[in-house]
Write a protein that binds this ligand. Structure first.
Ligand code: HEM
Length: 177
């Protein structure tokens, strides 16, 4: 598979960023919801350390992905035979992924910076961890998490619909099959 995309499939760089981001976003959703529901301070701090580092990694991957599309590569053509409305919905979901992921990372960093929790998690500052609900970025971070879950479900459902109902082997464009 070539590094760059062709008219009918994604290249290795786009495929690698896609699947790595997908796996890391699942880690973020699991660790984020888990941390929010955990009272034990040691367990919460461990979860948030992983969460913050993986979140920052996803931000870097998302910015790298944008730079890759802008400067180095061109997307494959839209899947053949897609009705116009469906193609628009797909474009909207893809764009929203970028917006929501960057917004989640920004609000996450904002929460840690404003609350001083970064020094507790990664420096020598003594605990306890703050109540993140007292800081404004917690609201968009929580709402963004729910929107992200909806986007992931829509994205996966659309891919499965193409693969198994339309039988257009869409997943092969992203390196599967
Ligand atoms: C980039 C993608 C990210 C995703 C998908 C994500 C996801 C989540 C989710 C699902 C929650 C739980 C929300 C809720 O229950 O309402 C959460 C909470 C949280 N996240 Fe993130 N997050 C991301 C990035 C970050 C980053 C970069 C940081 C810090 C540098 C961060 C820090 C936090 C904190 C402090 C909480 C609050 C935990 C609590 O309320 O006890 N997140 N995140």
């Amino acid at each position: 598979m070539p590094m760059k995309s062709t008219a009918d499939r994604y290249g290795t760089v786009a495929v690698a960023i896609h699947w790595l981001s997908a796996a890391l976003v699942l880690v973020l959703l699991a660790s984020g919801f888990r941390a929010a529901g955990t009272i034990d301070p040691t367990a919460k701090a461990s979860l948030l350390r992983v969460h913050a580092v993986v979140g920052a990694t996803v931000l870097v991957l998302t910015l790298a992905r944008i730079a890759w599309w802008v400067f180095a590569d061109r997307r494959p053509a839209e899947a053949a035979g897609m009705p116009r409305l469906q193609a628009r919905a797909a474009r909207a979901v893809h764009l929203l992924f970028y917006v929501v992921l960057i917004g989640m990372a920004a609000s996450g960093v904002g929460m840690l910076a404003l609350s001083g929790a970064a020094n507790i998690l990664f420096g020598n500052a003594p605990g306890p961890l703050p109540d993140f609900m007292a800081y404004a970025p917690r609201i968009p971070h929580g709402l963004g998490a729910l929107l992200l879950v909806a986007l992931v479900l829509a994205h996966v459902a659309a891919a499965l619909y193409h693969q198994f109902v339309m039988r257009d082997r869409l997943l092969a464009r992203m390196g599967i099959g």
